[in-house]
Design a binder for this molecule. Structure first.
Ligand SMILES: [Zn+2]
Length: 247
């Protein structure tokens, strides 16, 4: 059973809520948070200054259709100051054991991910076209790292699918003030994407029923009103097949 406390730890800027900011992205007014210089949207998704300045998604339609890594190869570096680097290598091993995605230490490539210390766990969605970061605070587990790599590969949060209303109820009245945008559909951010298969409650990219709850009551339930657990241990069958279709 997921609890509200689990939810707070999960997509992670647990101790630093940052300053609320408003801006425009793809013609839509959005709210995000400025935390240690990062523009954090939906709890753990990074928007670049350029994305906010131009009001456009850099890759036009990241998400689940574009912003993909050529040939499914992700080049990466690990900052030497990052503690517990096995979180990264274990997460990469999990992706490689379960999908066709391959991770290669960066040499001279211009598009690559650097895993580094951050105040939360966060990532851009898809390949941004230059150096990009996955930030990992000390509380970010291997499972969280698998989740953030999912974002870097182009996966959205599962509850932001365009067809999610077929599968879930969003209980806005129970969401912490200022975090309502975490529950917006990805199309509201101007990303285009594809919804593969049916909404997967077991996805490592799915929020839990109590994520960002203000009052201990659920923020997301199944259509029948029942709650469900959050899963941050590994890729689900749906995650694997979604990535197979994407790549
Ligand atoms: Zn996330």
């Amino acid at each position: 059973m997921a609890t509200a406390q689990d939810a707070k730890v999960e997509e992670a800027y647990p101790n630093q809520t940052g300053q609320r900011q408003t801006g425009h992205f793809s013609g839509q007014p959005i709210e995000y948070r400025k935390i240690n210089g990062d523009n954090v949207y939906e709890g753990d998704i990074l928007l670049t200054d350029e994305q906010l300045a131009t009001g456009k998604a850099q890759t036009e339609s990241a998400g689940r259709t574009t912003g993909k890594w050529p040939s499914g190869i992700v080049y990466y570096t690990i900052d030497s100051n990052l503690p517990s680097q096995n979180r990264v290598t274990d997460a990469i091993a999990h992706w490689e054991a379960n999908t066709s995605i391959r991770f290669v230490r960066r040499t001279t490539q211009s598009n690559f991910v650097t895993f580094r210390v951050g105040s939360g766990c966060s990532s851009n969605i898809g390949m941004t076209g230059s150096r990009q970061y996955i930030n990992l605070a000390s509380g970010c587990s291997t499972g969280n790292t698998i989740h953030e790599i999912g974002h870097a590969l182009g996966l959205f949060h599962e509850q932001t699918r365009n067809d999610r209303d077929t599968f879930v109820n969003i209980l806005t009245q129970n969401i912490q003030s200022g975090y309502e945008n975490n529950f917006a559909k990805y199309s509201a951010l101007g990303y285009s994407g594809s919804d593969f298969g049916a909404l997967d409650f077991g996805s490592i990219m799915m929020y839990g029923s109590y994520s960002f709850s203000s009052n201990g009551q659920p923020t997301i339930t199944k259509k029948d009103g029942s709650t469900f657990n959050i899963q941050r241990s590994g890729l689900s069958a749906g995650d694997k097949s979604g990535i197979d279709i994407m790549y």
